[in-house]
Design a protein around this ligand. Sequence first.
Ligand code: GN1
Ligand code: MG
Length: 368
Amino acid sequence: MPGYDPSRLLSVSRHFHIYGELLHAEPCKVGHINETYTATYDQGGVPVRYIHQRINHEVFKDPGGLMDNLQRVTAHLRSKMAERGVRDMTRRALTLIPAQDGRSYYRSPDGEYWRTFVFIERVRTFESVESAEQAYEAGKAFGEFQHLLVDLPGGRLHDTIPHFHNTRKRFESLQKAVREDRVNRASAAKVEVEWVLAHENLCDTILRAMTSKRIPERITHNDTKFNNVMLDVATGKAMCVVDLDTVMPGCALYDFGDMVRTTTSPTLEDELDLSKVQMRMPMFKALCRGYLEAATFLNKHERALIAFAGKLITFTIGLRFLTDFLNGDTYFRVHRPNHNLDRARTQFRLVESIERQEDAMQKFADGL
Ligand code: GN1
Ligand code: MG
């Protein structure tokens, strides 16, 4: 992330419909892709916070399309909540602040895309799950999110990153990275690359089921990490799902899979002590209960691959970390040498743990 430049942020902030004076701002370090700031304004003598965010347009090649999705999705969530008489709406769905010209984003003269959200107060996120209740809340929040979007009006959403969770394509990118070995790291990752090649059979199960339409395309979040759910500080209940850049047409199971990846192990995704990495059944049960209670629209083919999805997405994200390591860390922000390799190792260890428990996981889901 480039260094924080207060004058740049001040000039960006002036392009949004915010009353009052910018008091101060702080960069937010979570997230591997975008650049995010929390900014405090004085409004009538009260400090009010907003989020300013620069969209990484290397990763998101069509920021206009992405913002179009975001606007449609957040407006729909709001209207569904209004129908149900939900209060506290600006804490339950992201609220975009329009730019001065009425658009949902501001494009700066240097070609950067910026957007602004209402800051949600009295919530917090966690990098790893601390209790089964939290896993339940995460499952329920993403299940409800998918459910609310089942009847999104208008045409198909833009694919903000085409083929995002396509494991076959991700597998091919890894093979290419190994062949090219641009930064001479293939020898350092030999064991991991061999491990991946030995697991090639995971790639096509869901893709085939989607081609044959047994599994339908749905509107999905696609980045259902546990730290993308905001929990109310007072009650611990899920309030809001954030990070909507990858909301697009996808497979519901991929969302569930990424929840398994990020809620069932006690470790962070870059844990170095692999002996600590494990899929914990009580967390899976709570997560699965929460998700299936809300995602009542799933068909039997989707439900039959619930446990497999956890394994598949953990494998896929691991593949992506490993590919980025081999390509010289050009995609995921890294904070130490070998960071992407460490992340990949952690994912693969978790895949093995899921593999050992997969039958029991699926049996539990089948019984719900
Ligand atoms: C990226 O930036 P962040 O942390 O929200 C990535 C996800 C990965 C995740 C791994 C657009 O998400 O797909 O699962 O890192 N987002 C994109 O931590 O590639
Ligand atoms: Mg994200």
